[in-house]
Design a protein around this ligand. Structure first.
Ligand code: DGL
Length: 274
């Protein structure tokens, strides 16, 4: 093993704060790993933008993360995983993992009645990427997809337990219930923060799949396979660094509500320069 390389950080990126739900799972499940997180807070949301735009943004972010000497990259955004992961992983030697494949695999393994629901941004849902991956695993599975664009701003307002959020959830998820899915993929970084509400609306018989957890497990296997897992001997004081393209303070407040750490210094960078 090349120790210096193994001790390098993992680059994790998202359109903003949502990818912290993925970073959180990496911190929990791979505690020896260091992380450089980038949230593209100046240019979010990604969920309503075109494939070309998301590809341009993702390429810039990869170039920035390369300046931080990362050893691997996690595309912690469903929309960027749907629109850009294929291209950017062909363009770079860095090992990369997105959130969609791990989520799709888990959902296909979890369903008993072979009826899976997928909720996400407009971009992710209209790309049909979850449906296509699930059908590659088992073409007999029925996949019901639904864009839930209001969930992202509601989470960012911290209206997690709010009656308005419940009403919105009931309306969005009505179709999923009628279609009798027994498994529901939370196909957007923000949705795990609404997990208990979504679980209550769907009912206890429906399995909720959080791709963030599965992605952390997939990353663990990828690092082991490539001999890149951090041996954990480097005792840097705080192994996580955070960068954003705008409003570092706002990011910090949100991050501190998701993560069990004080994110401390968050640095703003000009991503358009990369
Ligand atoms: N991070 C995005 C995703 O998972 C949601 C927020 C956005 O639209 O930028 O698709």
């Amino acid at each position: 093993m090349n120790r210096e390389l193994a001790e390098a950080p993992i680059g994790v990126f998202d359109s903003g704060v949502g990818g912290l739900t993925v970073a959180r799972e990496i911190m929990r499940n791979l505690p020896a790993e260091h992380i450089v997180y980038f949230g593209d807070t100046a240019r979010l949301p990604y969920g309503s933008k075109s494939r070309e735009t998301i590809l341009t943004y993702s390429r810039q972010i990869i170039r920035f993360l390369q300046t931080q000497n990362v050893k691997a990259i996690v595309v912690a955004c469903n929309t960027a995983s749907a629109f850009a992961l294929d291209e950017i992983s062909k363009e770079s030697d860095l090992p990369m993992i997105g959130v969609v494949k791990p989520g799709a695999r888990t959902a296909a393994g979890a369903t008993f009645n072979r009826r899976i629901g997928v909720i996400g941004t407009e971009g992710t849902v209209n790309s049909h990427i979850y449906r296509d991956f699930i059908k590659q695993i088992d073409s007999g599975i029925t996949v019901v997809e639904k864009a839930c664009p209001l969930f992202v701003p509601l989470v960012e307002e911290h209206w997690i337990e709010d009656p308005i959020t419940r009403q919105v959830a009931e309306r969005y998820l009505e179709e999923m219930k009628q279609q009798e899915v027994d498994t529901l993929v939370l196909g957007c970084t923000h949705y795990p923060l609404l997990r208990s509400l979504i679980g209550e609306v769907m009912g206890s018989s429906v399995t909720l799949v959080n791709p963030a957890y599965e992605t952390a497990q997939g990353l663990k296997r990828l690092l082991q396979f490539r001999n890149l897992a951090n041996p954990g001997t480097d005792t840097k004081e705080f192994p996580y660094r955070f960068f954003v393209s705008d409003l570092a303070e706002k990011f910090k407040v949100f991050a501190n509500s998701i993560l069990p750490y004080d994110v401390g210094m968050t640095q703003k960078i000009d991503i358009e320069e990369y």
